[in-house]
Design a protein around this ligand. Structure first.
Ligand code: WQD
Length: 350
């Protein structure tokens, strides 16, 4: 049993990863500010994990930009931190354009504080939540990890900056074990429907937006452009089931623990592209609901296509996605239909 600190563990990807690690028998300390997440997610994780999992989960509310919050988290591990998975951060592209300094403070400043606290506490194993957004407008599809890092928005710049900081650290102190995981488009939910994506306010991303239209929270979807150079004219992305993504984090930890110190950089995607219209149709089939939509102008910063080449993650981790778009929609609907208002729904108050 390892002891793992998970920053942002109450969030969408964090909560699903906590469940996978608890089911693998590990002990977790979660540090979360709950600014963009809800602690109810972790109560649900414990219910899903069952048994005596509650004895292996400690939740600490705090902002990792405050050294005192990090000190409390490391103290809760009584001097033994076998790894950190760093999810905590802000991730809304449009918000980052309007509030760049907030993104640099939270995403980069917070990461700097975390790394200093890790060094002070003798922990040198880190899985970092990065993003395909660091590629900006990729020249070649599918995208390999060797593609140029050319972010096009402040959010992407902060992810690239933390990646750079980690590379510099791994060069200067060769005992660090680091995995930089570049997520493509995480979607769906645990099949139980008891945890899932819980965006605060109107969703920025396609999947939660479609889901909220299907459940009746939002009247209609606006499709950002139907004149892209794609088969049906709508944008193509690489959607990855959040449970596949969570399992990929456990696989990365096990490689870092079992191999020599190294800096891993891996795309976590399916390698399969789906258009906006394909997602709409798949979600209608899964939910039995109609998703009304209109066509709006293209969104600034969008690309026609973004699809991963996932072969390096398969080679290095022995991991690949196992769940298809239909499953993403069925599981996403299981969550949304039982929690129309997310964790603020009555149903979510245990
Ligand atoms: C997907 C497709 C849109 C909303 C972003 C971040 C990325 C990652 C995932 C954090 C595109 C279209 C969307 C809508 C639409 N997040 N769309 N109507 O932009 O690929 O990636 O989220 O790491 O970093 O950049 O995801 O879901 O916003 O868009 O037509 O209301 O859906 O044009 O083609 P994106 P998305």
């Amino acid at each position: 049993m390892a002891q793992v600190l998970i920053t942002g563990g109450a969030g969408f990807i964090g909560s699903h990863t906590c469940l996978v690690l608890l089911q693998a028998g590990h002990r977790l300390v979660v540090l979360d500010s709950f600014v963009t997440s809800n602690p109810a997610s972790l109560r649900r994780v414990l219910e899903l994990a069952g048994g005596v999992a509650s004895e292996r989960l400690t939740v600490i509310e705090g902002d990792l930009r405050q050294p005192s919050s990090l000190d409390r988290a490391f103290s809760a591990m009584a001097g033994r931190c076998d790894a950190v998975i760093h999810f905590a951060g802000l991730k809304a592209v449009a918000q980052s354009v309007h509030q760049p300094l907030l993104y640099w403070d939270v995403n980069v400043g917070g990461s700097t504080q975390l790394l200093s606290a890790m060094a002070r506490n003798g922990c040198h194993t880190l899985v970092f939540s990065s993003s395909a957004t660091v590629y900006g407008f990729p020249e070649t599809i599918p995208i390999q990890e060797t593609a140029p890092v050319l972010p096009i928005n402040p959010y992407g710049h902060t992810k690239a900056a933390v990646e750079r900081m980690l590379a510099d650290l791994a060069t200067s102190e060769t005992h660090w074990r680091i995995a930089r995981l570049r997520y493509f488009n995480p979607v769906g939910a645990h099949p139980s429907g008891q945890i899932g994506e819980n965006p605060l306010g109107p969703p920025d991303n396609l999947f939660p937006y479609v889901s909220q239209v299907a459940v009746g929270r939002i009247a209609r979807l606006q499709i950002y452009g139907d004149d892209w150079p794609t088969a049906d004219g709508t944008g193509i992305r690489d959607y990855i089931h959040v449970m596949d993504l969570a399992e990929g984090h456990l696989a990365a930890l096990e490689v870092l623990w079992n191999e020599q110190p190294q800096l891993l950089t891996l795309n976590l995607g399916s390698g399969i592209g789906h258009s906006v219209l394909e997602v709409v149709r798949a979600f209608e089939a899964a939910s039995g609901r109609t998703v009304p939509y209109g066509v709006a102008p293209r969104r600034a910063g969008d690309a026609a296509r973004s699809v991963a080449d996932p072969s390096e993650a398969e080679r290095r981790l022995g991991w690949r996605t196992r769940r298809d778009l239909e499953t993403m929609c069925l599981d996403g609907w299981a969550w949304q239909s039982s929690h129309p208002d997310g964790f603020s729904s009555q149903a979510s108050n245990p």
